[in-house]
Ligand binder design. Structure first.
Ligand code: 3PG
Length: 412
C-alpha cells in the first residue's frame, strides 16, 4: 500500500519576524494524578526546537495545548507545564489561566517579539472535544475569538493530528498555516521508512482501548499488519470477546471503563482476522505485594502484566519481524514487578535487529531504562502514529494541506 502524504507548508515558507504566531503543540504527558507532577518531559524537549526557532525569528509566540481528557485523572491545568517549558527553554514562558476569554486575549496582544505565552488547557473549552469537519471547527468560539489576534498558525502537534478538533483543524481554515519542526520531522521519518516497511509486527497495549480497536480494524482492513500482538487492557477486551473465562474483577474493570461496547467489534475482528491477532495466554497479578503468574482462567484479581508464557510466545513472533511497531506498555509499568512484560518485549525487539518504531509517552520511559540508542524511530505520537501507519488520513495534515492551497499566495 502506498502512503499518500498531503503537501503542506513548513516554517521555511514564512517570515515570522514581529508576527503574532499561534502554535498548537502537544505537551499532554503522563502526570501523577495526586501531585500533578509531570512524569515525562519528552514532548516538551521535542517542541523546544520549534519554539527556539520562533524566538530567534522574533515572533510573538502563543502556545496552545491540551492535557488529559475531562473525567480522567490526568486532566489538569497547564500551569506546571509552563514552568517545565521555561526551564527546558531557558527563557520565561508566561502562563494565563484562560484559553480565549478577555484575559487571554489581552495577554496575547501585550506580547513583545520573542516573548512566549502558554494558554490554559484547551480542553477546558468544551467545544474542543467535538470531532467535526474543519469548516465547522473554524466557526467555533475558540477559533473565532483567537483568529483576529494572529498572523499565522503552526501545527506542531503530530501526536494530536488524528483528532479533528478545533485547535487542530479549525485554525488552518482561518489563518495561513504550516507544519512545525516536530510535525515535519515525524512525517519525514515515517515517509522514509514506510516504503521499506515489511514483515510488520504491531505490539499494542496501553489504556486507550477504544482508539486502539479502531486502529486494529484499519490495520487489518488495509492489510498493513503481518501480526498484531495484544497486551494490557486491550488484550483483556479481546480475550473477553473470545469467551475466555476471566476473573470477575477483570470483567468488572472492562464494564467500569465503559468498554463492553467494544466487545462486538473485537469479536468480529477475531472472526474475520483471527490468524493475525495474538493474545496473551497467561498473566500476572499482585498478591501481598508480590508478582504471581498463572494461566488467565485461573488468575483471581486485577491482571497487571503479561506472564512468562506470553512473553515467550511473543518473542517467537518478534524474532522473525523486519519492522516492529510498539505502542503502549504491556502492564502497570509504574510498579517494578509489573514492568517485566514491557521490558522483555523491548529487549527482544532490540535483539531481533528489526527496525523499531515506538509510540506513546509511556514506552519512552521503558526504552530509556534499557538502552540509550536503538535501530529505529521514537515517535511523539501514539494514536496519530498508528493512524498514519494504518494508511488512514490524519485530519491535522489534511487541514494543513487545505490551508496551503487557500493561503499560499498571501504569505509574507
Ligand atoms: C496522545 O497522547 O496520544 C495525544 O496527546 C492525544 O490525546 P487524546 O488521545 O486524549 O486525544
Amino acid at each position: 500500500m502506498s502512503l499518500k502524504i498531503p503537501k503542506v507548508l513548513t516554517m521555511d515558507n514564512f517570515n515570522f519576524s514581529n508576527k503574532y504566531v499561534l502554535v498548537r503543540i502537544d505537551i499532554n504527558s503522563p502526570i501523577d494524578p495526586d501531585s500533578k507532577v509531570i512524569l515525562d518531559d519528552a514532548r516538551f524537549r521535542e517542541h523546544a526546537r520549534t519554539i527556539k526557532e520562533l524566538i530567534e525569528d522574533e515572533a510573538r509566540i502563543t502556545l496552545i495545548s491540551h492535557q488529559g481528557r475531562p473525567g480522567d485523572p490526568d486532566f489538569a491545568s497547564l500551569n506546571g507545564h509552563a514552568d517545565l517549558l521555561s526551564s527546558i527553554l531557558g527563557v520565561d514562558v508566561k502562563f494565563i489561566d484562560d484559553v480565549c476569554g478577555p484575559a487571554a486575549r489581552e495577554e496575547i496582544r501585550k506580547l513583545n517579539p520573542s516573548e512566549i505565552l502558554l494558554l490554559e488547557n484547551v480542553r477546558f473549552q468544551s467545544e474542543e472535544l467535538l470531532e467535526r469537519k474543519p469548516e465547522l471547527q473554524a466557526k467555533t468560539y475558540l477559533v473565532s475569538k483567537l483568529t483576529p489576534l494572529f498572523n499565522y498558525f503552526i501545527l506542531d502537534a503530530f501526536a494530536t493530528a488524528h483528532r479533528s478538533q478545533p485547535s487542530i483543524v479549525g485554525f488552518p481554515m482561518t489563518l495561513a498555516s504550516c507544519a512545525g519542526r516536530v510535525m515535519e520531522a515525524e512525517i519525514e521519518a515515517l515517509r522514509k521508512i514506510y516504503g521499506e516497511m515489511e514483515g510488520k509486527v504491531f505490539i499494542l497495549g496501553g489504556s486507550k482501548v477504544r482508539d486502539s480497536v479502531k486502529i486494529i480494524e484499519n490495520l487489518l482492513v488495509n492489510n498493513v499488519a503481518n501480526k498484531i500482538l495484544l497486551t494490557g487492557l486491550l488484550a483483556l477486551v479481546f480475550l473477553y470477546a473470545k469467551d475466555v473465562k476471566l476473573s470477575s474483577q477483570v470483567v468488572e474493570a472492562i464494564k467500569e471503563k465503559g468498554l463492553m461496547g467494544e466487545v462486538p467489534k473485537a469479536r468480529e475482528l477475531l472472526r474475520k482476522y483471527g490468524e493475525y491477532i495474538k493474545m496473551p495466554v497467561d498473566g500476572a497479578v499482585e498478591v501481598e505485594g508480590m508478582r504471581v503468574e498463572g494461566d488467565l482462567e485461573s488468575l483471581k484479581g486485577r491482571i497487571m502484566d503479561i506472564g512468562a508464557k506470553t512473553i515467550n510466545l511473543y518473542k517467537e513472533e518478534i524474532k522473525n519481524a523486519k519492522t516492529i511497531i510498539i505502542r503502549g506498555p504491556a502492564g502497570v509499568i509504574e510498579k517494578d514487578e509489573f514492568r517485566v512484560g514491557s521490558e522483555e518485549i523491548v529487549k527482544a525487539a532490540i535483539e531481533s535487529g528489526a527496525y523499531i518504531i515506538f509510540g506513546g509517552g509511556h514506552m519512552r520511559a521503558v526504552v530509556d531504562n534499557i538502552t540509550a540508542s536503538f535501530h529505529g524511530h521514537m515517535s511523539t505520537g501514539g494514536g496519530a502514529l498508528l493512524t498514519f501507519l494504518s494508511g488512514e488520513p490524519l485530519p491535522g495534515l489534511e487541514a494543513l494541506a487545505a490551508s496551503a492551497q487557500k493561503y499560499l499566495k498571501g504569505i509574507n
